[in-house]
Design a protein. Structure first.
Length: 376
């Protein structure tokens, strides 16, 4: 079964109890530079943890990072930038294929804006490669491409059409039944592998097989026009390049549509830019869409029950976090949508915008008073 990026990152997005350490490292290809960034982050984290953990507890919490600093061979295997997540029960190191700034955060949840931006700009895709005797399923992204699984076809599925023309009716019907059975098995195989996730699926391979499969394919998120009619080791780079261009363009279109939604909602006065108002609406589950910048951090604390916030001039302690980051996680937990963008992409250049569902609480009170007066 395929484990999508979204599924594997879900624990990071939902974790919100206890001490959380998040570190981002800017990988410039220099191992010494990476180790210096990590050492600086460990030093900062130790200072923030000092008021809440004794020396032994602090050393235990930071031990995985100290071990990584002493034996940094894993850094040589990572080509992209690096994210490190640590809490009392969890340690995760990720290769992040987008630009990040070197940073360290200690808070009551992980700092995830770079992760959210990665997820929105680097959508995964599947390639179903159909050859004469087999089908192979590949999972790809802007930086990876790997084989998920393969299945063999029976010989009868691949017999030449000229031979098929010479079959009598009984043999032809038997061959057709076997072909339908094989494609049914292929659909079942594909369904089982994608039970928890449905990335966009592209077809590639031998022309007649692609035509047969596309007619009976039951996968709901498939592009049935083949990327290429030949699949081989030599064609992989061509296929990846073509699909990555398509997926990159779609991600850009999605962002443009998202921004257009904000412009339309602004005309109906459903867009809010006030951080305090957005925070209260977020904990109530009334934020349908949220737009936050990745170029600015606003440190402080959010009351998870009321949505009231405290804004601080800088990161004060182990409970302070970027309010934009916290609001993004709150909106996601209530089923809302979140997009991370640069400030020049956000209408009016602010750090945050939200589209709310339903009237504002003060508007509800006003409406209730007006209706009460009318009834009386």
């Amino acid at each position: 079964m395929i484990a999508s990026i979204k599924m594997t990152l879900k624990p990071l997005l939902e974790s919100d109890q206890g001490i959380h350490l998040t570190i981002y490292l800017d990988n410039r290809g220099d191992l010494i530079d990476l180790k210096n960034q990590l050492q600086e982050s460990i030093t900062k984290a130790s200072e923030w943890l000092d008021p809440v953990l004794n020396t032994e507890e602090r050393e235990k919490f930071l031990e995985p990072l100290s071990s990584l600093l002493e034996d940094a061979r894993i850094f040589k295997e990572l080509k992209g930038n690096i994210a490190i997540f640590r809490n009392q029960e969890y340690f995760r190191l990720l290769n992040i294929p987008i630009r990040v700034k070197a940073a360290c955060y200690v808070a009551t949840s992980f700092h995830v804006k770079p992760i959210l931006k990665w997820m929105q700009t680097d959508k995964e895709f599947l390639v179903l490669a159909l050859e004469k005797n087999a089908a192979s399923l590949y999972l790809g992204s802007q930086s990876t491409f790997k084989l998920v699984d393969s299945m063999l076809f029976p010989d009868t599925l691949n017999e030449e059409s000229s031979y098929t023309d010479r079959l009598n009716l009984s043999d032809f019907n038997a061959r057709l039944a076997k072909e339908k059975e094989t494609i049914a098995w292929l659909n079942l195989w594909l369904s089982q592998l994608t039970r928890n996730t449905k990335p966009k699926l592209f077809l590639s391979g031998e022309k007649s097989l692609v035509a047969k499969m596309s007619r009976r394919l039951r996968y709901t998120n498939a592009i049935k026009t083949p990327v290429i009619h030949i699949f081989s080791e030599h064609s992989v780079s061509v296929i990846c390049s073509s699909i990555r261009k398509i997926m990159k363009a779609e991600a850009k279109d999605h962002l443009e549509r998202y921004l257009f939604d904000f412009r339309v909602a602004e005309e109906s006065r459903k867009v809010r830019k006030d951080l305090f108002e957005i925070s209260k609406a977020a904990v109530q589950g009334r934020v349908r869409k949220l737009l936050v910048t990745d170029e600015l951090n606003i440190f402080g604390k959010i009351d998870p029950k009321t949505g009231s916030i405290e804004i601080h001039p800088f990161d004060l302690d182990h409970e302070d976090d970027d309010l934009l980051d916290d609001l993004a996680q709150i909106v996601l937990s209530h089923g809302g949508e979140v997009i991370v963008a640069s400030r020049d992409e956000i209408p009016k250049g602010g750090p945050i915008l939200a589209i709310l569902d339903g009237p504002r609480p003060d508007a509800e009170k006003t409406l209730s008073t007006q209706n009460k007066g009318q009834v009386l």
